[in-house]
Design a protein around this ligand. Structure first.
Ligand code: ADP
Ligand code: NI
Length: 214
């Protein structure tokens, strides 16, 4: 039964994000699923809730589908059609609502299951893969790589985060470098420290090359 729901979820994600080249391709969700499973096992969280929330966490993403964001309709419909009990389905929808990065308006999820999914999603935004995703997003949205004349915004809030147009390198300072300090599971903190260190080294090298010092 659980295996069947997971397989349906994987197929659903494959279909939903097949055409996405903005950093939300199906593989992003599958990496989040694998990381979330790893964190869930460490934390003793309820596995199926974590798996379904991870699979559906971007299905109604407000940047991809502002029209379904409030209702989480795709996630809700999928869970209903797959016979997930109403009470568990509500917990999953609630996790999806809580995981988003919204700058200083981000929340720590109320359940351990939510914290596993949030940390997993954030881990995929840092490290080598996170850097690759940022440049993919930047290219897709016509952003310049770097412009030393445009300073990064400090303490960005939800509204600014969603509307703000900046450079891709600024995104590292406005979001990515903050993520290791925002992890709330032990394994998430450990993995994020490594990935964060890589981002810092990458930026250091990038700026040295930019300034002609390498
Ligand atoms: P998530 O999957 O964590 O919800 P987002 O929807 O915020 O992530 O963004 C998708 C990917 O694109 C992430 O890797 C994120 O870091 C990156 N991204 C988002 N906004 C920007 C930006 N302004 N510049 C560069 N990369 C961005
Ligand atoms: Ni995501």
């Amino acid at each position: 039964m659980n295996q069947q729901i997971l397989e349906n979820g994987i197929r659903y994600v494959q279909m939903l994000f097949a055409e996405d080249h903005s950093g939300h391709d199906p593989e992003h969700t599958f990496r989040v699923l694998r990381l979330a499973e790893r964190l869930a096992r460490q934390e003793g969280a309820e596995l199926l809730t974590v798996q379904l929330a991870a699979l559906l966490h971007d299905a109604d993403d407000r940047k991809l589908s502002p029209e379904t964001w409030e209702g989480k309709e795709r996630a809700r419909l999928f869970l209903r059609q797959n016979g997930v009990p109403e009470e568990q389905s509500e917990r999953i929808i609630n996790i999806i609502r809580e995981v988003s990065f919204l700058g200083t308006d981000s929340v720590v999820p109320s359940s351990i299951e939510g914290r596993c999914v949030q940390d997993a999603d954030r881990l995929d935004a840092i490290g080598a893969i996170g850097a690759a995703r940022a440049f993919t997003f930047g290219g897709r949205h016509g952003r310049v790589l770097h412009d030393p004349k445009i300073p990064p915004v400090q303490n960005i809030d939800a509204e600014t985060y969603c509307s703000h147009v900046s450079t891709t390198i600024n995104h590292f300072y406005e979001k990515l470098l903050l993520l290791p300090g925002m992890m709330t599971t032990e394994e998430g903190k450990r993995l994020a420290a490594c990935r964060g260190k890589f981002l810092e080294e990458f930026l250091q090298e990038f700026l040295l090359e930019w300034e002609g010092k390498r």
